[in-house]
Design a protein around this ligand. Structure first.
Ligand SMILES: [Zn+2]
Length: 364
């Protein structure tokens, strides 16, 4: 156990924000060095990596794809105020839960299979993406190609809650930007000549907020607004960025039509809508249910009860599930505070989660 904690510490202390290629490179080198003795590694542009494992057992049929990401939401220098700590039964630090501990569990699970010479009947590949926290724009195609060659996908994102429920459903995520183009004028001298983009946008935002539908799991959040230049100028420009979440893929086109169909209240203003869904939802398919049941059985063999959960947050598992490949997510750390100051993982649940990963890989 000491070794796995030491590895998690080294990983946390090697900061890897999405927007720092040099830091990400260092982190990917650290992981590559850990994997070198047991996997064939391929590096891709933008810091993405694929590792194909050499595991016991002769004939390999089919592939298990394991998904992880090397990037975190924490900017360089976060360690100075939020150093790695081991206290109160937890490991603390930026990225420890999302998802450096999950990566460490998987590395140790593969080491255990090799050390114990436990045969594995499928090929096992790890896809480690460097842009997950910013939407996976450059890694998506790699993930999807790898998924198409795989029978199942295991995702090393943290579990839900301190009890680490596995994730069998995730909402789809999208972003829209609505820009309003009005007409500027002097607010005192020539007020009537202006068409305020801000007033128009405010009315549109009211309308957009009404697209949410709690019973269908649709949320629409105007999260960032901008506009105007000075208080004494009728604003010519204003814009809003809107986060959308859908539980079902079939709800996305109707929502998209609502955005595209926005028309100005003030005919002198023009509305421009861009964006859309960028992660499809991971819907609880029969294949996902089956994979979860298998995981629950395997967890019971090691004396642990695992539950399942649905979340509004997306992961790279959304892409693989949308291709119809059974995907089980939330297999990483148990803890709390992802993307928050109290980010931490429970030390006494490291062993059983690592064992569950090994059993899922060996027993599938
Ligand atoms: Zn994550």
């Amino acid at each position: 156990m000491g070794n796995i904690v030491a590895l998690i510490r080294r990983m946390v202390e090697c900061e890897s924000p999405s927007d720092s290629p040099a830091a990400l490179d260092q982190f990917v080198s650290l992981i590559s060095a850990e994997l070198a003795e047991m996997a064939q590694i391929r590096n891709f542009r933008n810091g993405h990596l694929t590792a194909e494992f050499a595991l016991p057992g002769s004939k390999k049929r089919g592939q298990i794809l394991v998904l992880g990401h090397s990037d975190t939401v924490w900017p360089l220098g976060t360690l100075a105020r939020m150093p790695f700590r081991q206290e109160r039964g937890r490991l603390w630090g930026p990225g420890v839960l999302d998802m450096k501990s999950g990566l460490a569990f998987f590395i140790f699970a593969m080491r255990a299979l090799r050390a114990l010479d436990i045969p594995v009947s499928k090929k096992v590949a790890l896809q480690l993406n460097a842009d997950e926290e910013t939407g996976s724009h450059t890694s998506r195609a790699l993930t999807e190609n790898a998924a198409r060659r795989s029978e199942m996908v295991l995702v090393l994102e943290p579990g839900t809650g301190l009890e680490g429920r596995l994730k069998t459903a995730r909402k789809g995520v999208g972003v829209y930007r609505i820009a309003v183009h009005g007409k500027a004028s002097h607010a005192g001298v020539d007020f009537a000549a202006g068409a305020s983009a801000i007033v128009e946008l405010a009315r549109q935002i009211e309308r957009i907020a009404g697209f949410s539908n709690a019973s269908r799991g649709i949320t629409v959040n105007p999260g960032v607004i901008s506009g105007g230049t000075r208080s004494n100028v009728v604003a010519a420009e204003a814009a809003v960025e809107v986060d959308i979440r859908v539980a079902r893929l079939k709800d996305a086109p109707a929502l998209d039509r609502k955005f595209r169909g926005l028309r100005p209240f003030d005919k002198r203003c023009a509305i421009e809508v861009t964006g859309g869904l960028n992660r499809p939802p991971m819907e609880r398919s029969p294949g996902i249910r089956q994979l979860f049941s298998r995981a629950r059985e395997l967890a019971r063999e090691i004396g642990v009860e695992v539950e399942e959960s649905a979340t509004g947050g997306g992961s790279d598992g959304n892409f693989t599930a949308a291709l119809g490949v059974p995907t089980l997510d939330g297999l990483g750390g148990l803890g709390e505070g992802a993307h928050a100051l109290n980010e931490s993982v429970l030390i006494d649940r490291i062993a059983d989660r690592t064992a569950l990963l090994a059993k899922l890989v060996a027993g599938s």
